[in-house]
Design a protein around this ligand. Structure first.
Ligand code: PGA
Length: 258
């Protein structure tokens, strides 16, 4: 099982970031069967896991606790304000969230997301591709159509030999994010099965079966273990609740027991 903490643009000080990270590190330390991936803002990476002693730091950090990024660019070079996949890899980062709806809302297209996925895979980062429908699309019965289109466009032209295809999918219905209104288990299960079918068409059945599908959107400790049990998801992507160490550690414990 995987639990991803998406800190988004939080916390506001390095002191708070360190405190939060250290509390989660303690909480996740002796948990078996759950991989926890912390995705902090770029600026906190080196302090949370210093690159100069990356190997030693990895030794100190429980092996079940990994670092991920909330975004990356698809290239190095003259791109003001961007961060390349290689820079992230160099810092000990292993995962990268791509296509989060909050980035899509700023203008990120499926085509751009596809470039980011390819660049991340080429350097050995595991992309976590976020897909999801708006409330309007859901009400219009277009959920599956939207998800299929996002998957096809974002995963176009991936080649197993070049890209390795070690990535994850996070189903994040946009209406459920930060709304305290998670998607219900049954609907999430139906979507999970649908995503598996589409992945099998795009990647072939065997490859598709190796891609973990996670759920994100208003997850808290009250629903975490039932979510895993009822929806058949391989993990959770947690936003707001990951900023509260006690609450997040409780999610980790519950998922470990599920
Ligand atoms: P949330 O955010 O848990 O606060 O709903 C999830 C996400 O946006 O990744």
């Amino acid at each position: 099982m995987l639990i991803i903490a998406n800190w988004k643009c939080n916390p506001q000080t390095l002191k708070e970031a360190k405190l939060l990270f250290n509390m989660v590190k303690k909480g996740a330390g002796d948990i078996k069967g759950v991989k926890v991936i912390i995705c902090p803002p770029f600026t906190y990476f080196t302090t949370l896991d210093p690159p100069a002693s990356a190997k030693a730091a990895a030794g100190k950090r429980p092996s079940s606790l990994k670092l991920g990024s909330q975004n990356c660019f698809f290239s190095a070079g003259p791109f003001t304000g961007e961060i390349s996949p290689q820079m992230l890899r160099d810092l000990g980062c292993e995962y990268v969230i791509v296509g989060h709806s909050e980035r899509r809302a700023l203008g990120e297209s499926d085509e751009l997301i596809n470039k980011k996925i390819k660049a991340a895979l080429e350097i050995g980062l595991k992309p976590v591709l976020c897909i999801g429908e708006t409330e309007k699309e859901r009400k219009q019965g277009k959920t599956k159509e939207v998800l299929k289109c996002q998957l096809k466009k974002c995963l176009i032209d991936l080649e197993p030999e070049v890209h390795g295809l070690k990535f994850l999918i996070a189903y994040e219905p946009i209406w459920a994010i930060g709304s305290k209104n998670p998607c219900d288990f049954e609907d999430a299960k139906e979507v999970r099965i649908f995503i598996e079918e589409i992945l099998a068409k795009i990647l072939g059945k065997t490859k598709a079966e190796s891609i973990p599908i996670l759920y994100g959107g208003s997850v808290d400790s009250a629903i975490a273990s039932d979510y895993i049990k009822e929806s058949g998801m391989k993990g959770l992507l947690v936003g707001g609740a990951s900023l509260d160490a006690k609450e997040f550690n409780s999610i980790i414990k519950k998922v470990a027991k599920a």
